[in-house]
Design a protein around this ligand. Structure first.
Ligand SMILES: Nc1ncnc2c1ncn2[C@@H]1O[C@H](COP(=O)(O)OP(=O)(O)O)[C@@H](O)[C@H]1O
Ligand SMILES: [Mg+2]
Length: 234
């Protein structure tokens, strides 16, 4: 049985339809990617899984129906989110930004903070630094770390490589791989960078204009030109 299943999910912003009848599933321990160009609807999909935008359809997680549940409840059930624009507090320290992510995890704060510093030694070295003075890569690490502070079992990550140098992208990829292999975390990655997504995800969904137009394993999608078509047109 799938760990998470999304059935016929649609989202409207006013009269504009941003997502149409999305169906997808992710198994426990699996990494999947939602790939698509700018404006395809990737962030809208992750936001709706977190309960941050209104949708029709169903969102099932393990044996629960999360469709009409509040974001806080979804976080308590094990959903973690590293959103596209981070939403860090620029004049709070790295440590305090991480602690913001622990608001539902009272008993596990020290343990989770140690685990985040183990994943990102650079954050431990700079835990008193304001995030306003950090590099883009370091802020991405704080954002991922903050999502880990609530002990998630499924992690939603929105475009973690946007604006980052190739070397930093590799560092982020290594951490996402460790989250999956060492911690057994289930990951839903939204990406414009198809190569980055192919290097991490076991299965991918191609999103174009709010619709899923192709799906398959990394192996299947890398051997035909489906991904290239979705970016450059047929
Ligand atoms: N808050 C909003 N209000 C109105 N339209 C929005 C809003 N957020 C996104 N959109 C529109 O929905 C579509 C999908 O956007 P988005 O989910 O941000 O795509 P992506 O993350 O793939 O770039 C776009 O056409 C975008 O302009
Ligand atoms: Mg986006």
């Amino acid at each position: 049985m799938a760990m998470m299943e999304i059935k016929n999910l649609s989202v409207f912003y006013g009269k504009a339809r941003a997502l149409s009848d999305i169906n997808l599933s992710v198994d426990k321990g699996e990494t999947i990617a939602i790939v698509g160009a700018n404006g395809a609807g990737k962030s809208t999909l992750l936001d709706s899984i977190m309960g941050l935008v209104k949708n029709t359809g169903e969102i099932l997680f393990e044996d629960q129906d999360l469709t009409h549940k509040k974001t806080r409840f979804r976080v308590q059930q094990g959903l973690g989110y590293a959103p596209e624009r981070f939403n860090l507090f620029p004049y709070l320290s790295v440590r305090d930004n991480l602690l913001v992510g622990a608001y539902t995890a009272r008993g596990e704060i020290a343990k989770n903070l140690a685990a985040v510093y183990n994943l990102f030694p650079r954050l431990a070295e700079r835990e008193d630094q304001e995030t306003a003075t950090q590099s883009g890569g370091e802020r991405q690490m704080v954002s991922l770390g903050r999502a880990m502070m609530s002990s998630p079992r499924i992690l939603l990550v929105d475009e973690p490589t946007i604006g980052l140098a190739p070397k930093v992208c590799l560092e982020i990829a290594n951490v996402l791989r460790r989250l999956s292999t060492d911690l057994g975390l289930t990951v839903i990655l939204a990406e414009q960078n198809a190569n980055f997504a192919l290097s991490l995800a076991e299965r991918l969904y191609v999103l174009e204009g709010g619709k899923i137009t192709a799906t398959g394993t990394a192996k299947e999608l890398s051997k035909d030109d489906t991904l290239a078509k979705s970016y450059f047109g047929a």
